[in-house]
Structures are given as C-alpha cells and as structure tokens.
Design a protein around this ligand. Structure first.
Ligand SMILES: Cc1ncc(COP(=O)(O)O)c(C=O)c1O
Length: 293
C-alpha cells in the first residue's frame, strides 16, 4: 500500500486542515533540508490532548533554543490541535506538532527563512500490544554520542533524531525493543524515545535533566504519581552495574505510557517479570490520564 493512501486522519498546516494525502510542504522547507524544526508528540485520552500545556510549553522552549520564532501563540496552537482532532474523526489520536523555520534559499544562515510554518498531525493512535505490559520488554544498551551541555540545541526536541534512530537500529538488530543510550562517561541517559527509571528499595531512580535527557512529560507525571504513592524519586546518574541489583525497571513516553523492562541485554532485571511498583504506577497513570487531571 502506498504510504500516503494508507494514511487516515487530518493534518493542519498553518491553520488549514488537509487530508494526510493532500498535506504537503515545500522541498525547500528547512525542516526537511536540515532538521531545522522542533516537534512534540502527545496523545488524546477521551479526545482531549493529555498534558497539552506541558507539551506546548516544551515546544515553545525548543523553538527558543533553536531561535525559531513561534508563528502563532500557544493558545492558537491549542485551538488548531482541537480542530485537527475533530477533523480526524477518531475517538483517540496520536498528535504531532511541528514548527519548522520554513522555506528559503539553500544555506545555513538562519536569516534565509523568515516565515516559520506549523503542522499538526492527528493520526490513528497505534498502541503497543497489551502483552508488552504483561510480559515486559527487553532493551539493549547502546554507547552513543549525545548532544550534551555546551551545544546550543541541548535539551530542545529538535527534529534531528538521527543519533537516536541509529541507536534504536543497533538495539533492534540485537532483537531489542528499545535502545538505552549510554553516554561518553558510561552512564545511562535515556531511551531513543523514552525516559528510564529504576526501582531500588521502593525508591525510583531516574537520570537528571543535566545528564542530557529530554525532560519527558510522562517522566514528570510518573514522579508526581510515585510521590503520592510514597515512592520518592532520586534524580541521579545510573551506571549499568546498577541494573544487576535493582528491583524493577521501566521506560516512559507519551504514547507508550509506562513499559516494564525485564531484561537489558544479558542482565535479567530481578526475577525477569514486570515489577509490582511499575504495574501500580501504570495503573495510576492511566487512571489519571483518563480522568484528564
Ligand atoms: C529522547 C526522548 N526522551 C524521552 C522521551 C519521552 O518524552 P515524553 O514523556 O514527553 O513523551 C522522548 C519522547 O519522544 C524522547 O524522544
């Protein structure tokens, strides 16, 4: 099936709704040419974008870091997101918001493009199979370079995901579900599109923002839910040796929520089954998201 004809849903480009197969951007768009754009991925629960304001604020911060002026206000982006959800006709959507610096003549000079564009995709929500949550996933460590402190776009969710894509590819070739990226200092940072948590003695441990992670919106929710359940979170660097002694491990992301991890390469996490605290957090997270607060 042709990739375009297989798409359902709606795409809003600069305020105008299109069917996905009719939604196009210029070959001179710098998002395409240079990855010169920022994005967010979120999903709806009960047809409402979950944690929308957190995602919009992170998008704004990413644009600030990339020196891309936001073409419209966050309120307008929220209105257009609602229009895209409505136009999609789906009960629940995968949502992607992209701000690109727009089109312009070839060249790296930012001044070559002065009209940023916005795209909001409302597509079918494709969730992992329930077995992933029942049995947990196997992930692989990948030693990979990171955009760390001192590099301007550090912390921005820019559309240039090549490092993460190549890391994921390495992990997939070893039969793993996700790549867990290890930085130059040998410390665990995050997944290719997820944040990482360990549970040790009833306490959660997750790498700090300063480690060069994307400050996940799901991560923030999980820290708050765990706190309410009397499981404090320590934001600390994680060395791979820690995996041998931890009680539980999981990863988080907006679409996949909380995925239990049962093995990291050759290391089995505890008894090799999804941990009880992980499953309680997943239950509470879904409850909170479905309630919309
Ligand atoms: C590199 C990276 N880290 C973490 C996450 C999880 O972020 P969130 O919970 O906001 O979806 C993502 C999501 O795409 C990501 O790309």
């Amino acid at each position: 099936m042709n990739a375009l004809t297989s798409h359902e849903g709606a795409v809003c480009i600069d305020g105008v709704i299109y069917r996905p197969e009719e939604a196009t951007v210029s070959v001179f768009d710098r998002g395409f040419l240079y990855g010169d754009s920022a994005f967010e991925v979120l999903r709806t629960y009960g047809r409402k974008p979950w944690c929308e304001s957190d995602h919009l604020v992170r998008l704004q911060r990413s644009c600030e870091k990339l020196l891309i002026p936001l073409p419209v206000s966050l309120d307008q982006l929220s209105i257009e997101t609602a229009l895209a959800v409505e136009a999609s006709g789906f009960s629940e959507c995968y949502l992607r918001l992209v701000i690109t610096r727009g089109e312009g003549p070839m060249g790296l000079d930012l001044a070559l493009a002065r009209n940023p564009s916005r795209m909001i995709y409302a597509l079918p929500l494709q969730l992992p199979a329930p077995e992933l949550y029942q049995h947990g996933a196997v992930v692989g460590l990948v030693h990979s370079g990171r955009v760390v402190d001192g590099v301007t776009p550090y912390g921005a969710k820019s559309s240039n995901y090549l490092t993460n894509m190549l890391a994921l590819n390495q992990a997939k070739q070893r039969g793993c579900y996700e790549a867990i990226i290890v930085d130059h200092a040998g410390e665990i940072v995050e997944g290719s599109t997820s944040n990482v948590f360990l549970v040790c003695g009833g306490r959660l441990i997750t790498p700090p923002v300063e480690a060069g992670i994307l400050e996940g919106i799901t991560r923030k929710q999980v820290i708050s839910i765990a706190h309410a359940m009397n499981h404090p979170t320590l934001e600390a660097k994680i060395r791979p040796e820690r995996l041998e002694t931890c009680d539980e491990m999981f990863i988080t992301s907006s679409i996949r929520e909380i995925v239990p991890i049962t093995r990291v390469d050759e290391i089995t996490i505890a008894d090799g089954r999804p941990g009880p605290i992980t499953l309680r957090l997943l239950h509470a997270y879904r409850e909170r998201a479905n309630l919309g607060k």
